[in-house]
Design a protein around this ligand. Structure first.
Ligand code: GLC
Length: 753
């Protein structure tokens, strides 16, 4: 094997939207996508079509550069790229000329056979955050990772790789920020100075191009905004999908599903969603129902609807090899499945036994798959859980001979789950018309946020899984995935009652709030824990429902600017070293104003770090000074959650499901701050796409510290809010909590505190 370094520029030309630099080894191209986004592609196969699963934007036209001596310079409003010609090396600077990131001068980009790697200079104080669903610490400096979507069942808190691939990270050094998205679906590698004597970081892949987007915005939030501009943002989720979700592998019959739903109502525990895991099917054949255990799916779902429950069903990609099974027969007849190189359909075993795997990289296959969802939508299913789509196969070692159409598994494996989910989304969206489907997937690649929520797979019922799971959620937020969840309580094993309570209380602040457990584990539903514990679980689920106006508005923000609901403190408090301290690294902001500190179930006090500013304990309004750590009580019925001074939190009365109209009162909670603050309140019907046609209700709520007033600006959009009364509740202004009432309407509302 030889190492081939990228050599000298021989020729420089420009096309309308890109610069082309030819070397003996490769063709390098440069595009400007936005003032803070430059793309570099270095390829040894320049004639291959340029396609991306992730990117939805086009480059700017009319690219220009200046040339001096041995250097080309591309200047945008916000970034400078200097290209050294001999040898070809790339260095990125801020508009003021401060270096953000640059190739290692010796090795830059190079190849060993098909493997392409970029070695970059590592700065002494450089930190790295991102890569999405990856174990390890918030600051990834000194570690390395592989992207290769894997059915990581029984994973530990150190396992790598897991289910998803997000080759996007953010670098922080010298008070500067930059982002880098390596858009390549081959097996890829990231090394943040693990074994290079602190000299270099590097990333690369087993094949494909050195194809990356460099982000130069100053500020982590702005980099996430730019990254999600490039790769897309989430749609508003169905409101019901952000309520409480109950799942189990599996509720074994329609009767069991109904009795579980019924019990939520009997116990007055709010909930919106119940799942059917694989046992609803006939022998795990996708798009079928088990006619003994689920003889009348429509009847079951109608009854669930009458109980205000929505139904989500699982689908796996594996199509059972069985003559007479529609999907098998059609797929074989039309060559819709993955094959070996000689054209034989590839077979591996998953839940149904021997299976074929649809080639989701083909549009016709996608349509065929999507259209089959009538088997689920006709009885009334509204949520679709895409599982086992890494793809998983027992043994977990799909041979490198396997192809999806023209492409080898190795080239596109990391995008398989995303393309399956896209097919499910396109199909169900078309069938459901104006109704929003809920979409969940286990495997994902960059851009999946456009059409699906994700969860972090098969975790375990331990405290360490709860804590690291929160880090996964926070890290997924850095790569544009806002709608994320973990199996609350832990999928494998049985949580202690204390862990169940603690995890459930943390779940209030996890974007997707789903309790799920593996087959063979003890039942996990809220009433399984005794009266006293059930009361605590109920209170927490009620809190989730009270917070829905805040949470739904938070999702609106994600849909507009890509910022996640669960935010590592590294987004808002980047320069503060403490937020990277392993003692505090699990803490996060939930929306703009709540700071949540996950705590083990075995500890009843916690050391919490509060960043600069004023903070109040959510629930009792005790004031805390920011910029320091505090030891605070953490009883099992009161997770340490703090509100930022100036925090604006719209809440509602408890409802048993999002289908309930409620009492029409919007509780607007405001905590005293020394600075002005604002909140964008958002509401729509929660179920249709009418919001995309202006039928929403949105307004800015602002708190003015000096005049002690709260202003609700005129509401935009033509949707009539479900609220008619406003109760303003002020906290921290003096000892007592003050309440003021007003009519809620779409015109300006001004209230002094
Ligand atoms: C996989 C999923 C899990 C599901 C099970 C059965 O292990 O990760 O959530 O319950 O398959 O479908």
């Amino acid at each position: 094997m030889q190492t081939q370094l990228l050599g000298n520029a021989k020729q420089v030309t420009t096309q309308n939207d890109h610069i082309i630099i030819q070397t003996a080894e490769a063709t390098a191209k440069i595009w400007v996508y936005a003032p803070a986004i430059i793309r570099v592609n270095i390829t040894q196969t320049p004639d291959k079509p340029d396609a991306s699963f992730a990117v939805i934007q086009q480059p700017e036209t009319g690219i220009k550069f200046t040339e001096a001596d041995n250097e080309l310079t591309i200047t945008t409003g916000q970034l400078i790229l200097k290209v050294n010609k001999t040898p070809l090396r790339f260095s990125f600077y801020t508009a003021e000329g401060k270096v953000l990131s640059e190739d290692d001068a010796r090795f830059g980009v190079n190849w060993q056979n098909e493997r392409v790697v970029n070695y970059r200079k590592l700065y002494a104080d450089e930190k790295f955050i991102g890569l999405g669903e990856k174990t390890g610490d918030l600051n990834r400096r000194g570690t390395h990772y592989v992207n290769w979507n894997t059915d990581a069942s029984k994973h530990t808190i150190y396992t790598d790789p897991l289910y998803k691939t997000f080759p996007f990270f953010i670098g922080l050094h010298s008070g500067l920020t930059y982002g880098l998205f390596f858009d390549n679906t081959h097996k890829s590698y990231f090394d943040f100075g693990a074994t290079t004597d602190d000299e270099m970081s590097w990333f690369g892949a087993d094949g494909g191009d050195m194809n990356y987007y460099f982000f130069g915005a100053q500020g982590v939030a702005d980099i996430i905004k730019d990254y999600t501009w490039l790769t897309g943002r989430m749609e508003m989720p169905p409101l019901w999908s952000i309520g409480y979700q109950q799942c189990r592998y599996s509720y074994m019959s329609a009767d069991e599903v109904l009795s579980i739903a019924q019990k939520f109502r009997e116990h007055n525990i709010p909930a919106d969603v119940i799942y059917c895991d694989i046992d609803y099917m006939d022998n795990y054949k996708i798009f079928t129902w088990n006619d003994e255990a689920f003889p009348d799916p429509k009847g079951m779902i109608d009854k669930l609807k009458a109980l205000d429950f929505r139904t989500v069903c699982i689908v796996d990609p594996g199509i059972k090899v069985e003559e007479g099974y529609k999907q098998y027969d059609e797929g074989v007849a039309k060559n819709y499945f993955a094959t070996y190189t000689n054209g034989d359909n590839y077979i591996a075993s998953v839940w149904p036994g021997r299976c074929h795997f649809p080639n989701f990289f083909d549009d016709e296959v996608k349509e065929w798959w999507g259209a089959a969802f009538t088997a689920l939508t006709e009885p009334g299913v509204e949520g679709f859980w895409n599982d086992m789509n890494e793809p998983a196969a027992w043994g977990q070692n799909i041979p490198y001979l396997v192809k999806f159409g023209d492409r080898y598994m190795a080239e596109v494996r990391n995008a398989y789950g995303m393309e399956m989910t896209k097919a499910t989304y396109n199909g169900t969206r078309q069938i459901l018309g104006n109704k929003r489907p809920f979409m969940l997937t286990r495997a994902a690649y960059c851009g999946t946020q456009r059409f699906s929520a994700v969860w972090t797979g098969d975790n375990t019922a331990t405290d360490e899984h709860m804590l690291y799971g929160q880090r996964l959620v926070n890290s997924l937020g850095l790569v544009g995935m806002s709608f994320t969840g973990v199996d609350i309580g832990g999928y494998t094993g049985n949580p202690t009652p204390e862990l169940m309570l603690r995890w459930n209380s943390l779940g209030v602040y996890i974007p997707m709030y789903r309790n799920h457990a593996e087959i063979g584990t003890a039942m996990r539903e809220p009433w399984e824990w005794g009266q006293e514990n059930m009361a605590i679980i109920r209170k927490d689920i009620e809190l989730r429902y009270r917070l829905l106006p805040y949470i739904y508005s938070g999702f609106y923000e994600s849909s507009q600017n890509g910022l996640p609901l669960s935010r590592t403190l590294a987004i808002d408090y980047t320069p503060d070293e403490n937020v990277f301290d392993v003692r505090y690294q699990n803490q996060f902001l939930f929306g703009n104003s709540l700071l949540v500190a996950p705590v083990e179930s075995t500890k009843l006090t916690a050391e919490v770090y509060l960043p600069e500013g004023e903070w109040y304990r959510f629930g009792n309004d005790k004031a805390y000074e920011g910029g320091m750590a505090h030891t605070v009580p953490a009883p099992l019925n009161d997770l340490p959650v703090f509100v930022k001074g100036g925090g604006i939190i719209p809440m509602q009365s408890v409802i048993q499901s999002t289908n309930e109209a409620g009492d029409g009162i919007l509780y607007l909670h405001i905590w005293k701050g020394i600075q002005d603050s604002t909140f964008i309140y958002y509401e729509d019907d929660g179920v249709t796409y009418d919001n995309e046609r202006g039928i929403f209700h949105k307004r800015e709520i602002s708190y003015h510290a000096e005049s002690n007033t709260v202003m609700l600006a005129v509401a935009e959009g033509s949707y009539t809010s479900k609220f008619n009364t406003l109760k303003l509740i002020s906290h921290g202004f003096d000892k007592s909590i003050k309440e003021k009432e007003a009519l809620y309407h779409s015109g300006v509302i001004e209230i002094s505190l």
